[in-house]
Write a protein that binds this ligand. Structure first.
Ligand SMILES: [Zn+2]
Length: 390
């Protein structure tokens, strides 16, 4: 004879874990109140979560006179996550704890156009080195998150006709790590992982946001209702190739794209024409910080052009906040000032009245933290946790 609910003995365990790991609840009483489950159900699920090593008991919670309530916390140190932020010309990786806190990181100037063998080969080798550095084994890796600068199928991690990285068309990113780790690999666009990082760890207190990545390339991640908006083909947020007019050739093969006048590669081309030796976005930022007038002027002008496209995005999308990140955001004032100037002037009053336009708070770590959070969300999806415990 089976009783109702016996088929799924841990139903609700995933929701309780979510309440604990997001910091909404720590004690049994809080879990009962927020979940609406019976006390006995909460007690059973806590036992199961403790046995699975997903949570730990952290002792008494208060000292208001009575017996201090036992509190529970997400077991962040039970393993590690690996995050990779593969950009057009620069790649960053990190080992984080299970909550996305960076333990060790590495980076290199790598041109994504050099192909998957060179770029993913570097990522694989450096992951191994970073793990050794933090004293962890491949078996400690619970999941990998990877961001790539092109459209990707979210279910499979396969790249689909990426415009600036032709050698990557059809590449299935998780397959590159299958021999190293028996852990899930989740792949998304670079702008989306950056947006996820800013949403979760940036402290912006908003659920509707646009996160612009201004580097050698240009794109944006859209967060709506606290979730990444990917669109029908995973191609949403392709800000850099919105048509702004003019006949400047773009690297995508079209003319008049925003990138062709406002991306780092367009600024680099202009500076090279004037005899500057500039290769990376870091070179451009260095020139701007040293006060080079031409560079500062080009970046401010790029900010204005980006602002024109963002004003359109604000009109359509009505975000609470625009976060400006990417390597060129390191130039700070000229870029932000250019964007603010145009967005506030062009946006309709209602959409821009309380709109904040701020620099990234995570800086160069936004992508790797976001990549870790991407796989974190996958691993601790409430339904997946309840099913796994059952
Ligand atoms: Zn283009």
């Amino acid at each position: 004879m089976t009783t109702a609910g016996a088929r799924q003995p841990q139903a609700g365990a995933g929701q309780l874990l979510e309440l604990i790991r997001t910091g909404q609840a720590g004690t049994r009483a809080e879990l009962v109140r927020l979940s609406g489950f019976a006390r006995s159900t909460v007690a059973q699920r806590i036992e199961a979560l403790l046995r699975a090593g997903l949570i730990v008991s952290t002792g008494g919670a208060d000292s208001t006179g009575g017996r201090p309530a036992e509190t529970f916390a997400f077991n962040r140190t039970a393993g590690v996550l690996l995050g990779a932020d593969i950009g057009g010309s620069h790649t960053r990786i990190a080992v984080t704890d299970l909550g996305g806190e960076v333990l060790a990181e590495d980076e290199a100037d790598l041109d994504v156009a050099d192909g998957p063998k060179r770029v993913l080969g570097w990522v694989r080798r450096r992951f191994t080195r970073l793990l050794r550095h933090v004293g962890r084994e491949p078996a400690d890796v619970h999941g990998l998150g990877v961001g790539v600068p092109g459209p990707v199928e979210s279910g499979t991690g396969r790249l689909v006709s990426p415009p600036i990285m032709p050698d990557w068309d059809g590449v299935v990113v998780p397959g590159w790590f299958a021999g190293d780790y028996a852990a899930p690999v989740v792949v998304d666009r670079d702008v989306n992982i950056m947006a996820l990082g800013e949403l979760r760890a940036g402290g912006h207190d908003a659920t509707d946001m646009v996160v612009v990545k201004v580097g050698i390339g240009l794109g944006c991640g859209l967060i709506t209702g606290g979730r990444i908006y990917r669109g029908a083909q995973g191609a949403a947020g392709d800000l850099g190739h919105l048509h702004r007019g003019g006949d400047e050739p773009c690297r995508c093969g079209q003319t008049g794209c925003l990138e062709a006048t406002a991306a780092g590669w367009a600024i680099r081309r202009r500076l090279n024409q004037h005899g500057y030796e500039v290769n990376t976005s870091a070179d451009i930022v260095r020139l701007a910080r040293s006060g080079d007038h031409r560079t500062v002027r080009l970046i401010r002008q790029a900010g204005r052009l980006i602002g024109e496209s963002l004003a359109d995005v604000v009109g359509l999308f009505n975000p609470a906040i625009i976060v400006v990140g990417g390597n060129l955001a390191g130039a700070r004032e000229p870029l932000l000032a250019g964007i603010r100037e145009v967005v506030y002037r062009r946006s309709q009053l209602l959409a821009s009245r309380d709109l904040r336009i701020v620099p990234s708070t995570l800086g160069h770590r936004a992508g790797t933290i976001g990549a870790a959070m991407l796989v974190h969300d996958h691993l601790y999806d409430p339904h997946r946790v309840s099913t796994a415990l059952a």
